[in-house]
Design a protein around this ligand. Structure first.
Ligand SMILES: [Zn+2]
Length: 502
């Protein structure tokens, strides 16, 4: 298929195919399947689409591999780090070729107790940005993730009328301004934001070997011990349960399918013990967020998990007793040096001691290293940030003064201002060092209602100049707005103007 659209950043494969349907004006779903897959039986799937080899063939010249499609344009990376490596490989093979539902079953997504939502969701303001920037809109991955009920930038996600599992199993439906209307978004809850942050990190991960069940078991064992929720070798379940309940609240846990209770079958009990099965991303996030401090990140956790032995070393356990005495001497040596110079340097200077402890006293070694970890962040002193702050703020003020009279200007958002200056990425990344720029954005970034009002004003002025009657439908149409999409403030300004001049 020549001219098959390239996927946008974070776009679902489903969405790209739906856009192809629009680009090529294909009405019949079966005809679309013929063109895209050369196979009329493929089911339109949102989370884990299969037959990706056939999609990748449309991009041979663009070097977009199947792996890239899986990790950047499906929800697979949310599940991948939590399933054993062999299963990850198998799922990738199914996604590449044909799956027939096996991926769902294998990831536990279908059988999982996660109460899935029924329809596709979107963020109205992101859709607006897509329209402004690209002239079309698309379904973004993170909007369709259970537990992420918001967009990190704009607020609560909105449900459409489009079912996720449509009655028409072969139909791809594109995101359009009509389906994704610009409606008001509520402020998301703290729990939702917390999950969204970790989910975005997971989605941006690239293909990597998954940790084993033993690595997860050992990681949680150490973490629980570090938090003091242990009683010798045993976990102190009531304390962990209390901690999870106080972090998330009973209502949230119950409504999201994570009820915690005292029975042996409780998911929380199972995840704190030896892992005999995989747990899903949300179960991990719920527990980790209860045990770690506020700045925790799932990427850092996965990095630490990877340091544990892949398989339980039976030999070491058998030998453990006889080596206890030796261990306390080695521990003492390591403790002295790690306290003075930090784990990294200690490891370089005492390789043999490190190797011995790694083999024989692994949990203790990781715990102590973690405790004395040195903050190795290097403060970059080369940039004079206060000066840069003044220069950029002044430049943006100039841009603002120049454009503020122009009623036809695009919406003057923070991103728009950033796009006008050189090196916007650096400014965005270092916003915390730029208080003047921050103030500028807070004061002069144009909100949706302001932008709508400006568009209405522009139309009314033009109609007046042309001595044309100011009629409601005409004003709205020429402003590219509809009555439903008007924000309350814009609406009252509009009504006032219409009463007076209409
Ligand atoms: Zn958004």
């Amino acid at each position: 298929m020549l001219g098959f659209p390239l996927p946008y950043e974070e776009e679902l494969v489903y969405s790209t195919i739906a856009r192809a349907r629009v680009h090529f004006c294909i009405q019949s779903p079966k005809e679309l399947l013929d063109e895209v897959y050369n196979d009329r039986k493929v089911v339109a799937t949102i989370d884990f689409p299969s037959h990706l080899q056939k999609i990748a063939q449309h991009y041979i010249a663009r070097n977009i591999s199947v792996e890239k499609l899986i990790y950047r344009h499906t929800l697979f990376p949310l599940y991948a780090p939590f399933i054993p490596e062999k299963r990850r490989q198998q799922c990738m093979e199914w996604l590449r070729s044909s799956s027939k539902g096996s991926v769902y079953l294998s990831l536990g997504a279908a059988a999982s107790k996660l109460p899935q939502f029924d329809t596709l969701r979107y963020c109205p303001q992101c859709v607006q940005l897509q329209l402004d920037k690209l002239g079309e809109c698309y379904w973004q991955r993170s909007w369709q993730v259970f537990g992420v009920e918001c967009c990190l930038l704009h607020g609560q996600a909105i449900s459409t009328q489009i079912p996720r599992h449509s009655f028409h199993r072969h139909e791809y439906l594109p995101a359009t301004p009509k389906i994704c209307a610009l409606v008001h978004q509520k402020t998301p809850t703290l729990n939702t934001l917390l999950i969204a942050h970790q989910v975005i990190e997971l989605l941006s991960r690239r293909a990597q070997v998954s940790p084993t069940l033993n690595q997860w078991t050992q990681y949680y064992k150490t973490l629980i011990r570090q938090c003091g929720f242990n009683n010798g070798e045993n976990i102190c379940y009531p304390a962990i349960k209390e901690q999870v309940l106080s972090t998330w609240g009973k209502i949230w846990l119950d409504t999201h399918g994570f009820r915690v209770h005292d029975e042996q079958s409780c998911w929380l009990r199972a995840i704190c013990r030896k892992h005999r099965k995989s747990f899903c991303y949300l179960e991990h996030i719920v527990l980790l967020n209860s045990l770690l401090d506020n700045n925790w990140s799932i990427n850092q956790v996965l990095e630490q998990v990877a340091h544990y032995p892949k398989e339980r070393n039976v030999f070491v356990n058998r030998e453990k007793k006889s080596e206890n005495n030796a261990s306390s001497a080695q521990r003492n040596l390591w403790f002295q040096s790690v306290r003075k110079i930090g784990p990294k340097q200690a490891r370089q200077r005492q390789k043999a001691l490190y190797a011995w402890l790694y083999r024989h006293d692994h949990d203790w070694l990781l715990a102590i290293n973690n405790k004395y970890k040195r903050d190795r962040r290097i403060i970059n002193k080369r940039v004079d940030w206060p000066k840069r702050d003044r220069v950029i703020a002044k430049a943006m003020l100039g841009i603002k003064n120049e454009i503020c009279e122009n009623l036809s200007a695009p919406r003057l958002t923070k991103n728009w201002y950033l796009s006008q200056i050189s090196n916007p990425a650096s400014v965005e990344k270092n916003m915390h060092k730029l208080p003047l720029c921050n103030q500028f954005f807070n004061k002069y970034s144009e909100g949706v209602s302001e932008y709508q009002t400006r568009r209405l004003t522009r139309t009314i002025i033009r109609l007046t100049r042309l001595s044309e009657p100011i009629v409601k439908w005409k004003v709205l149409r020429q402003s590219g707005l509809s009555e439903e999409r008007l924000r309350p403030v814009t609406n009252s300004v509009f009504n006032y103007v219409m009463e007076k001049y209409g």
